[in-house]
Each structure stands twice: as structure tokens, then as C-alpha cells.
Design a binder for this molecule. Structure first.
Ligand code: BQC
Length: 300
């Protein structure tokens, strides 16, 4: 007899995100019946970067499914720092708006940090403001960065136990790698992991990854993580969204993750696909943050 192929669990972020947004839609209905405010999310889209346009469009569609009101603000790519700042301040001061995002990346002439700092932390549904990042790092409940929050929701809803596990996060960005490494190291479920934050300067990266019960790949390089690097039975979360040339598709390209999905499938216990894994969970997390922002505003 040949050894049985192990059966991998596909962590279906697209499906789960739909479930979460449908749950939110129910809650919105109940709010309407009670005469409470319908959540209102605004998105600022600067210029016409195709990826950014597609991400904002995903967010607006998700608002429609959740029953939220949404507003798009679309300044041109050559908007000045002062003009963009004024858009942020207007959204801060607009009582109709519960939360808003400024879609990244911003054009090179814009000071991204100054814009992020200007966002009212109570409306910062991307969780990028240093005040929210600080509360997150302290383990105080707050608006969490959307992608790490989406990953936590995915682990939680799939019942993946993380306590006492070793987790290797690859990539140290401010929006994914650094915050998820903090969150999984904290007390809680998911949490209580022993976390290693690996990056481009980590020696023997393959060896480091091989220690991990849980691998989180957020490098931004197509098919970077290969089967030889991972431990048998590992849980693999692929945050990458890379567009690569593919002559067999209508568009001439296709999306792949940071993980060699086909290569790992026989070896790991569970893995997120690309497309349809972490990406949709990021948007669902944004919807949950927006609901949290509304409730926060109602308290005071
Ligand atoms: S997919 O705002 O909107 O798996 O094919 N399905 C989906 C669904 C890829 C994908 C992406 C989304 C939703 C999506 N996202 C996730 C990725 C929102 C979003 C964003 N900003 C970035 N990434 C994503 C981003 C910004 C700057 C990434 C790097 C730099």
C-alpha cells in the first residue's frame, strides 16, 4: 500500500467573510428596528491605481451587503497634501460618518504618516493610527488593523488552537507582519503563541520557518514559501496577493500568494487559498471595525 495522502483543510476566507457580513447585516436590521443609526463608512481613493480601485470597490460592495451606507471620496492623483488633509479633517468632523479609510498606497508626494496621524482614532477603522496601534500592543480593546484582525477571526472561527504553538511571521510591515506578530503573542484565543518575526535579513530563514506550527507569509513575493521549508502538519496563512503573467487566462495574468499552494497542499494541515483566503477577511474585518466605531460613538 502507498502512504495515504493527507487531506488538507482549506481555510475558506471568502466563505467565512460572507458569513460574517451576513451576520452584520442582521445586526444592522435590528438597529434599524430600534431606530439606531445605520453605520456609514467612507473611503478616500486618491488617483487611479488599479489595485487600490479594486480594493475600494470590494469595500463599497461589502458595505452594500452589510446594509451600511458608504461614501467614496476620489481626489485626483495630484491632490496636494493640504487638500487631502482637509478631506480627512472634514470626515473627522462629519457626524454622519462613523469610520473612514484612506486607501494605501498614497502618491509619493503625500506624507502618509501625517495623513494617518490626522485621522480621528475613533473613526480609524483601518486601525493604522499610532494611538490604536499602541492600545493594540498593550492588549487594550480597540480598532484593530484590518488584515491581522481578519486573520484572527479566521483562526477563531475555524477553531484552530494556537495556545503554546510556535508561530513564524514572515514580513515586518506596519500593516500586517508587525501587528499580527504582536497579536498572536498576547494572551487569548487566538493567541498565546511563541512568535518569531522573520524578514529579509533573517539568516537561515528556511530553517526558522520549519520550526513553525503556524506560518504567516506576508512577504509580497510570489511562491516564496516552498514545501521543503515547512513542517509537516503546519497551519499556513498566506497574506500575499501577487499578480503574475499567465498566458492561459483571459486577462493575461492571475493572482498567486506568497506560498507555493500546490506544493504545500500535501504536506500541511490547513492553508488559506489565494484568491479567496485572507483578502476577503480583511474586508470583513473592516466591516466589523465600522460597527465597533458606531457603537463607540453611541457610548459617549
Ligand atoms: S482575493 O485595502 O479588498 O483573495 O482575490 N479576494 C480579495 C478580496 C484578493 C482580495 C483582496 C481584497 C478583497 C481586498 N483587500 C485585501 C488586500 C483590501 C486591501 C487593501 N489594501 C491592501 N491590500 C488589500 C494593500 C495596501 C497597500 C496592500 C499593500 C499595500
Amino acid at each position: 500500500l502507498r502512504p495515504q495522502a493527507t487531506c488538507m483543510l482549506i481555510l475558506d476566507g471568502k466563505h467565512l467573510a460572507g458569513v460574517l457580513v451576513d451576520e452584520i447585516a442582521l445586526e444592522v436590521q435590528q438597529r434599524v428596528e430600534k431606530g439606531l443609526k445605520i453605520p456609514h463608512l467612507a473611503a478616500v481613493l486618491v488617483g487611479d491605481n488599479p489595485a487600490s480601485k479594486s480594493y475600494v470597490s470590494n469595500k463599497i460592495k461589502s458595505c452594500a451587503r452589510a446594509g451600511y451606507v458608504s461614501t467614496m471620496v476620489t481626489p485626483p492623483a495630484d491632490v496636494s497634501q493640504a487638500e487631502l488633509m482637509q478631506i480627512v479633517l472634514d470626515l473627522n468632523n462629519n457626524p454622519e460618518i462613523d469610520g473612514f479609510i484612506v486607501q494605501l498606497p498614497l502618491p509619493k508626494h503625500i506624507d502618509e504618516q501625517a495623513i494617518t496621524l490626522a485621522i480621528d482614532p475613533k473613526k480609524d477603522v483601518d486601525g493604522f493610527h499610532p494611538y490604536n496601534f499602541g492600545l493594540m500592543a498593550l492588549g487594550v480593546e480597540t480598532l484593530l488593523p484590518a488584515t491581522p484582525f481578519g486573520i484572527m477571526l479566521l483562526l477563531k472561527r475555524y477553531g484552530i488552537s494556537t495556545a503554546g504553538k510556535t508561530c513564524v511571521v514572515i514580513g515586518r510591515s506596519n500593516i500586517v507582519g508587525t501587528p499580527i506578530s504582536i497579536m498572536l503573542g498576547k494572551k487569548g484565543d487566538p493567541g498565546d503563541c511563541t512568535v518569531t518575526l522573520a524578514h529579509s535579513r533573517t539568516p537561515d530563514l528556511a530553517k526558522v520557518i520549519k520550526r513553525a506550527d503556524i506560518v504567516i507569509a506576508a512577504i509580497g513575493k510570489p511562491h516564496f514559501v516552498t514545501a521543503d521549508m515547512v513542517k509537516k502538519g503546519a497551519i499556513v496563512i498566506d497574506v500575499g496577493i501577487n499578480s503574475i503573467a499567465d498566458a492561459t487566462t483571459k486577462s493575461g495574468y492571475r493572482l498567486v500568494g506568497d506560498v507555493d499552494y500546490a506544493g504545500l497542499a500535501h504536506k500541511v494541515k490547513a492553508m488559506t487559498p489565494v484568491p479567496g483566503g485572507v483578502g476577503p477577511m480583511t474586508v470583513a474585518a473592516l466591516m466589523l471595525n465600522t460597527m465597533k466605531a458606531v457603537k463607540g460613538r453611541e457610548k459617549k
